[in-house]
Design a protein around this ligand. Structure first.
Ligand SMILES: [Zn+2]
Length: 106
């Protein structure tokens, strides 16, 4: 049996080695992007919510981010209709990229 959804599997998944669900936008990671409200960095990923399975079988997630300085929240979508495509931040308008993620603290 082949399972498509590895999201609850810990281990390889968090290192992005599992392919279709290997996006690095995980909770508590920080994005080196300025807050749309106070212009401070960084934004921290507060929530990662599964939305749907795309036609290419990648998994679509809503990512909720919060500013560490003023607490303003924003959101974007990972795998927005297709694997590897992110939507722009609703308020901030920028499209977060994996390269915007700060190195993991641990
Ligand atoms: Zn802010």
């Amino acid at each position: 049996m082949f399972y498509n959804n590895y999201d609850d599997v810990h281990g390889e998944d968090r290192w992005g080695l599992v392919g279709q669900v290997g996006d690095p936008f995980r909770e508590e990671r920080q994005l080196d992007l300025a807050c749309a409200k106070c212009q401070q960095k960084p934004l921290v990923i507060a929530e990662r919510n599964w939305m749907a399975t795309n036609a290419d079988h990648s998994q679509r997630y809503q990512i909720v981010v919060a500013c560490l300085h003023c607490g303003a929240v924003d959101e974007f979508v990972v795998n927005a209709g297709r694997e590897g495509v992110n939507s722009a931040l609703k308020v901030g308008k920028r499209v977060p990229q994996p390269t915007d993620l700060r190195p993991q603290a641990n």
